[in-house]
Design a protein around this ligand. Sequence first.
Ligand code: CTP
Ligand code: CA
Length: 224
Amino acid sequence: EQLAGTGTDLQNKKILITAGPTREPIDPVRFISNRSSGKMGYALAEAAVERGGEVILISGPTSLPRPAGLYKYVAVETTLEMQEQVLKFFSWCDVVIKAAAVADFRPKNYSEQKIKKKDEGLVLELEKNPDILKELGEKKEKQILVGFAAETEDIQKNALEKLNRKNLDLVVVNDVTVEGAGFGVDTNIVKIIHRNGEIEELPKMTKKEVAHAILDRVVQYLRN
Ligand code: CTP
Ligand code: CA
């Protein structure tokens, strides 16, 4: 049994991690986004590097320092840019962990000029973004696929449904309404749901500890 972070159990393994929010521009000064800080994804990237992995981090805008020792860092802004980069590297990798909080919708029409305020309100029309992880689930060959699920209700049922719909090996479930879990904070309280329906409830841990716990499971899947 090796201590978390001191091993080389991901040596020669190619790991793609997405992190942070995506951002969908409305006009030159405005965008739609979400509360993701990127901390969970960056902790995963650091943990995977510590364990000897070759790590590509594809990141939306965050204020975090770039982790040391990455094989590659790719900065993206929109969901479509993230999709393009993820697909570019998908066949290269052994493991994909999608910690990014991907914007599900984007403004249908981008305004080249700053939208001026008027007396009446503003109706913004949104169109659906592609589901990147679902696409990976359809394309997957050897890859271990790990998704996240941010939920506020029917946590387990919704997460299991995502695992099945997206053809995942593991889904990491965040109840984002609980203090000490989810957005912005350094700790997380998660459940890990496996393909076979097994559910593990982890205690409150730092995001780095959660990252190693996830990678422990990934290593098991890579061995089998
Ligand atoms: N995801 C993705 N592409 C999207 C939306 C989500 O790749 N367009 C990924 C996320 O990175 C995450 C997982 O899918 O790993 C689940 O994201 P989540 O927002 O919880 O689920 P959705 O499928 O978008 O469903 P909903 O937001 O309606 O709960
Ligand atoms: Ca979503």
